[in-house]
Design a protein. Structure first.
Ligand SMILES: N[C@@H](CCC[C@H](N)C(=O)O)C(=O)O
Length: 268
């Protein structure tokens, strides 16, 4: 494959990727893609394949986690994908692109804002972690995310600050990830309209610096529980949840035609 693959590293709010584009008119098989992922991923979180879709400058994103398996969607990966199309093909402004979960829309400027798959709450989850009862939700944003709001401060053992408890709960993420075959997110509310999210990612099998679909899942649950007009219509145009992650700030925009994710992307 040497010489026929273009390989470009990108980072989106700390979520690290390799973008791979095949520079010839044919398609890679799934086996070839998995092998390429193993060969090129290094310490990065995932690999984004850029493929042609239909006529002209139309593109499709195919996403693989660092373990060599395909995931149906990646929010930060989609922001990188759109930025790559700007860098390599000069595509600015409004774009439509294909993913495994359908066609989505992106607005590419200095920042990249991408439409997210519409979140769906699958069910409520109840777990007791180290004497701390936690009620969470399994939310599908193209891929499955457990979301747990961290609020409890007192257990039989000790009094926690929220931040310590947040840190402590991350230790249970690998177990939860296996039990539910899902990504695991803990979030806490910092201020009105501002949450902090930490995500342990399936297929990466570690905490990443940010996860776009995880951030969207938590922002969606937060907004549904806290903004009464969203509970009725889900479409209060312009409502924004600010999300602090270990890799930087992301924004989840509630707009009339759906939810969008925005934040920085760096081409290294
Ligand atoms: N980092 C991604 C999510 C990638 C897929 C996930 N690890 C899974 O297997 O479900 C994001 O930014 O959304």
């Amino acid at each position: 494959m040497d010489g026929i693959l273009r390989i470009s590293p990108y980072t989106a709010t700390g979520n690290t990727f390799v973008v791979v584009e095949l520079l010839r008119e044919s398609a890679l098989t799934d086996e070839e893609k998995s092998q390429i992922v193993i060969d090129v991923v290094g310490e990065r979180d995932g690999v984004i394949f850029v493929e042609r879709s239909g006529e002209g400058l139309s593109f499709r994103m195919d996403y693989f986690n660092r373990d060599g398996r395909r995931a149906a969607f990646c929010g930060n990966g989609a922001r990188v994908f759109a930025r790559y199309l700007r860098d390599k093909y000069g595509l600015f402004g409004d774009l439509r692109f294909e993913t495994s979960v359908g066609f989505l829309h992106a607005i590419v400027g200095e920042e990249v804002k991408v439409e997210m798959p519409r979140p769906r709450i699958d069910r409520e989850i109840m777990e007791v972690l180290d004497d701390v009862p936690l009620v969470g939700k399994l939310v599908i944003v193209g891929v499955p995310h457990l979301t747990f709001k961290v609020t409890h401060k007192v257990t039989y053992e000790r009094v926690w600050t929220e931040e310590d408890l947040f840190e402590h709960l991350m230790k249970y993420a690998p177990e939860l990830r296996r039990k539910y075959d899902a990504n695991v997110n803990f979030y806490r509310v910092l201020a009105t309209g501002h949450i902090k999210v930490r995500t342990y990612e399936r297929g990466v099998e570690r905490e990443t610096f940010s996860c776009g679909s995880g951030v969207t899942a938590c922002a969606y649950v937060y907004a549904m529980e806290n903004v009464s007009s969203l509970n009725h219509s889900e479409t209060r145009n312009g409502y924004v949840v600010h999300v602090t992650t270990r890799g930087g700030l992301l924004k989840v925009h509630f707009e009339t035609d759906g939810l969008y994710l925005s934040g920085g992307v760096v081409n290294e």
